[in-house]
Design a protein around this ligand. Structure first.
Ligand SMILES: [Zn+2]
Ligand SMILES: [Zn+2]
Length: 264
């Protein structure tokens, strides 16, 4: 009884009183470690893409941006610094809301259910030596209390048996990337990291959300220059340019792509 009581008291700090689910707002009927109902925790679905690059998994509306071997132009041209990108779902709906609660509202216990989504995105046919989280600058980490990518890396490591390590540390906060040229962006990112020994290792880099992919690309480059044999990326979600919000963007991309292929 005493043990149970002590456990209850120790856990109490992490428990929320029954309130409303932070995602769907339906009333919660039991104590949970996060104020999210079971059905919202189970809601995220893997991204389905009929047309996606074989290497970076970027989804497309149709097959035209893909070359006959199933690889997109960016990968073919070597513009993607990592080998493969594995991603669980679209940055949308319940998944986006859960990530937001985890990252910006300090709901650290969401690392476990979200980390299990990463396990589902992990390919069975690939082997990795080391899981490395995308680092946060210490100032941001201090304000947030934790690095969300490191928490995800820890869960992924426990479920997969692949060791994880904070092999990268941010020396300074990277300046805003927008408005910089490609080479300026690289310099901005490359000088910002200190790297622990990664020589000869096949690395799986963990991030929460992929937007343009430029951050994970830059970090992959830093890891490879530090001697990593190969770097692949795994993330919870990516911004899906096929979604209606992005339609204007996507159609202009498609137009310029079809204009290019028309020229060939
Ligand atoms: Zn809910
Ligand atoms: Zn690609």
């Amino acid at each position: 009884v005493l043990d149970g009581l002590r456990w209850g008291v120790a856990r109490f700090g992490n428990l929320f009183f029954p309130s409303d689910c932070a995602v769907c707002e339906s009333p919660l009927t039991d104590f949970r470690s996060v104020p999210v109902c079971a059905s919202c925790l189970n809601a995220p679905e893997p991204m389905v893409a009929e047309f996606a690059c074989r290497e970076c998994q970027t989804p497309f509306l149709n097959e035209y941006p893909l070359l006959p071997d199933g690889v997109c132009a960016a990968c073919r041209l070597g513009m993607v610094e990592y080998r493969y990108l594995y991603c669980f779902g679209s940055y949308d709906g319940a998944l986006a809301r859960l990530i937001h609660l985890f990252k910006y509202q300090g709901m650290k216990p969401l690392a476990e259910p979200l980390g299990r989504l990463l396990v589902r995105a992990l390919p069975r046919h690939q082997e990795f030596d080391l899981i490395v989280p995308v680092p946060l600058h210490w100032w941001k980490q201090w304000r947030r209390g934790f690095n969300q990518s490191a928490e995800l890396a820890r869960v992924l490591s426990r479920h997969s048996g692949i060791p994880w390590r904070n092999a990268l540390r941010r020396r300074r906060a990277t300046e805003v990337q927008a408005g910089l040229t490609r080479s300026e962006r690289r310099r901005n990112v490359a000088g910002a990291f200190a790297v622990d020994s990664v020589t000869g290792k096949k690395i799986l880099l963990v991030d929460d959300v992929i937007t343009t992919g430029s951050t994970v690309a830059a970090i992959s480059r830093v890891l490879r220059r530090a001697g990593a044999a190969q770097v692949s990326v795994i993330a919870l979600a990516r911004v899906d340019r096929r979604l209606p919000v992005q339609a204007a963007n996507a159609s202009s991309v498609l137009k310029s792509q079809s204009a290019k292929s028309g020229a060939i």
